[in-house]
Write a protein that binds this ligand. Structure first.
Ligand code: UD1
Ligand code: UDP
Length: 370
């Protein structure tokens, strides 16, 4: 088969979740190229993930960088258009719900190439989140929708997207965790480096504009987690996303002493902390999934989640940014035995997606699936 795939990506979670597909293309000899918008550019959000996941450097880096949504997305549209004209792929794949995925989706939907959306059909039903708008638009312009679960496929059908465009494939995050968790255990020195003991600390992330751009809410979230930490004698480690770092500075917020701020971590170090933390506090999409896969209880400090499967299996619970809500939520989510089933597939989402795209000769299938 000589068909050619172009991946469009731009941020940390897209690199993590497209890595299994890129690696599968490498193994199976499928011709592909990678167009990086440059939405994330700091080494700790970008370069370290290519290194960790042993990915080749992108064929294009558009260097778009940060900016207002309209400006950032507009610049991406032009750059992606030029790159896709040069590449002339048969299939363009975008993942998730970022501005990079939106821009890739809009450009590709007007070309002859088939547009595939990896992680289609997620809905928080909260249109104040830019990601919700991005997901809806991408799903409605895509030709092929790779839904991670039956629930996400049902959202697509409810929005009258034809069934023949939808395939339930699992989420490539399971592939990424399975491919890297043991490696992380073996290679990562993060516990020693941070002086932490397995099972005796909590991990947190917070980067959503809805949480960190609002001073009162960001302070409530930090104070609430610190109060939980005080009451239980738990140390909390917080790898701070650059957006949050900026907001801490701008709003002149003092992070409570119980919370230890560190630079964003590479994927192996972060996986190792997720795997050994007693509980994880987050507002991240990927972290809700990874904790569910790894068997670590998670408290999501948001009003809604587009990953309700994690609530159903009992790995995750939603909390308000207050001490009372956070403390009750931790005890609630930790009251089970952490042996829930992973609702995001069998760890071969990349193989299922490539098969659905027609890379189904026994030779390719065998290679993709090993
Ligand atoms: C973006 C995605 C979000 C995703 C997150 C993953 C959109 C609308 N949002 O949010 O869905 O969860 O990525 O982390 O696409 N910055 C740096 N270095 C970088 C990148 C950003 O310092 O490499 C700083 C800049 O000051 C920038 C801010 O972080 O203004 C926010 O970056 P941006 O890419 O706009 O959004 P994220 O919050 O990262
Ligand atoms: N992550 C990481 N280092 C960190 C924080 C997160 O490697 O310090 C990884 C995490 O394992 C997950 C991804 O980044 O795979 C999630 O990205 P993020 O939370 O930025 O975005 P979201 O998933 O919310 O879109």
């Amino acid at each position: 088969m000589t068909a050619r795939i172009a991946f469009v990506l731009g941020t940390r979670p897209e690199i993590v979740k497209l890595a299994p597909l890129i690696r599968a293309c490498e193994k199976a000899g499928i011709d592909y190229s990678v167009i990086h918008t440059g939405q994330h550019y700091s080494d700790r959000l970008d370069g370290v993930f290519f290194d960790n996941l042993e990915l080749p450097q992108p064929d294009y880096n558009l260097g778009v960088g940060s900016g207002e949504h309209a400006e950032q997305t507009g610049e991406m549209l032009t750059g992606i258009g030029t790159a896709l004209d040069a590449e002339n792929p048969d299939t363009v794949l975008v993942q998730g719900d970022t501005n990079s995925a939106l821009a890739g989706g809009i450009v590709a939907s007007k070309l002859d190439a088939e547009l595939g959306h990896v992680e289609a059909g997620l809905r928080s039903f909260d249109r104040d989140m830019p990601e919700e708008i991005n997901r809806i638009v991408i799903d409605h312009v895509a030709d092929r929708l790779f839904a991670p679960t039956e629930k996400s496929a049902a959202h697509l059908r409810n929005e009258n997207i034809p069934d023949e465009r939808i395939a339930v494939t699992g989420n490539t995050i399971v592939d990424a965790v399975q491919q890297n968790a043991t490696l992380a255990e073996r290679k990562s020195d993060v516990l020693d480096n941070l002086g932490l003991t397995d099972g005796e600390f909590a991990l947190m992330t917070a980067h959503r504009p809805g949480n960190v751009d609002d001073k009162e809410r960001f302070e409530g979230l930090l104070d609430g987690i610190a109060e939980y930490a005080d009451k239980t004698g738990t140390e909390v480690v917080y790898p701070v996303h650059p957006r949050s770092e900026e907001q801490l500075r701008e709003h002149d917020i003092d992070v409570p002493a119980r919370i230890r701020c560190v630079e964003p971590l590479d994927f192996l170090d972060f996986l190792q902390l997720e795997n050994t933390a007693s509980v994880v506090f987050t507002d991240s999409g990927g972290v809700q999934e990874e904790t569910c896969i790894l068997g670590t209880p998670c408290v999501t400090i948001r009003d809604s989640t587009e990953r309700p499967e994690t609530l159903s299996v009992g790995s995750n619970t939603l909390a308000d940014p207050t001490a009372d809500s956070i403390i009750v939520s931790v005890f609630d989510v930790k009251s089970g035995d952490n042996d829930w089933n992973t609702p995001f597939g069998d760890g071969d989402a990349a193989g299922h997606i490539l098969w659905a795209l027609g890379f189904d000769s026994p030779e390719v299938g065998r290679v993709v699936r090993t």
